[in-house]
Design a protein around this ligand. Structure first.
Ligand SMILES: [Zn+2]
Length: 103
């Protein structure tokens, strides 16, 4: 696994649940977020999955500075595969997917 520049930097506030008015807790460190462009996978980022201890809502934050790789980098697909194999890959579509509930 490639090392990343991501740190849980002190000084960055944890995400807050607006419903429960409390800080979220780290659920999974080191998840992959795959930006999806109109042509397909575009960039991959390292981030953290947070969860509200009261209502259980989740959010992905704590992104590293810049992408780990772009789609034309040699390391791109191996990185995507590595996150996928550990069930830690989340896609981020440029447009809201059909059938997704919108608030
Ligand atoms: Zn909550």
């Amino acid at each position: 696994m490639a090392t990343t520049k991501k740190q849980v930097i002190s000084g960055y506030h944890r995400p807050v649940c607006p419903e429960c008015e409390c800080e979220m807790r780290p659920e999974t460190n080191g998840v992959g977020v795959l930006d999806m462009a109109s042509f397909g996978p575009y960039k991959i980022y390292d981030a953290d999955l947070w969860k509200c201890p009261k209502c259980g809502k989740k959010v992905i934050g704590g992104f590293g500075i810049g992408a780990l790789a772009h789609h034309n980098d040699d390391i791109f697909q191996p990185l995507v595969d590595a996150y996928q194999e550990r069930d830690k890959l989340y896609k981020n579509y440029e447009y809201i997917k059909e059938g997704t509930d919108a608030n």
